[in-house]
Design a protein around this ligand. Structure first.
Ligand code: SAM
Length: 196
């Protein structure tokens, strides 16, 4: 990575940008204000596709407005549903998935992501991930259920078969212990080269 002074979201995006090309299919699992959806839509190009999920209609409206402003609405499908249901909506294999957990800054804290559905969604994303594909998860510790959510997520990530997945936990160790951190997953292209 370059630019480790950046925030966790920018690092999450950079991790995905490395594997995204024109024509890829990607998911924003938590649309919110639409910034990550806009980033993915730019990466996949005109022939690519982005699926963007949120449970809040206002978040999807905000995301639609941002995409429209940038002329990129056509390559994005906005879906008002929990990300745990992503397999019902997506036929393609996925090159990249981004999760930005927690609640929308300034929004309803009750609408924060929750441990059980987050885990189901990450499991669904893993099933849909193509070889060479990546998942970035921006993880917080502040909202209700956040401790359980991050614990469950780390347990899931730590249990992934190293022959199939490379998994990183990335945190800013010179910042507050409450600062967001990243869980990054890559599905290996070949399974032979198991790192010792
Ligand atoms: N990526 C966003 C951006 O660029 O602005 C920020 C996302 S915000 C931190 C988290 C979002 O997750 C909220 O908008 C919330 O409504 C949404 N959310 C909560 N539970 C969800 C679920 N089960 N499925 C999809 N979205 C969910």
């Amino acid at each position: 990575f370059t630019g480790v002074h950046g925030n966790a979201v920018l690092l999450a995006q950079k991790f995905l940008a490395e594997v995204l090309q024109e024509g890829c299919c990607a998911v924003d699992a938590t649309a919110g204000n639409g910034n990550d959806t806009l980033f993915l839509a730019n990466c996949v190009g005109q022939t690519g596709k982005v699926y963007s999920f949120d449970i809040q209609p206002s978040a999807l409206e905000q995301t639609a407005a941002l995409l429209k402003e940038n002329g990129l609405l056509e390559r994005v499908q906005l879906i008002q549903a929990g990300h745990e249901n992503m397999e019902k909506y997506i036929k393609e294999v996925l090159r990249a998935v981004i999760f930005n957990l927690g609640y929308l800054p300034g929004g309803d804290h009750a609408m924060a992501t929750k441990p059980e559905t987050t885990i189901k969604a990450v499991e669904a994303a893993l099933r849909k991930l193509e070889p060479g594909g990546r998942i970035s998860i921006v993880t917080y510790t502040g909202h209700a259920g956040a401790v359980e959510e991050s614990r469950a997520l780390e347990e899931l990530a730590a249990g992934l078969d190293p022959k199939v997945y490379g998994v990183l936990k990335l945190s800013f160790i010179n910042r507050s212990a409450l600062a967001p951190y990243l869980v990054l997953v890559e599905r290996k292209v070949t399974y032979e080269n198991l790192a010792s």
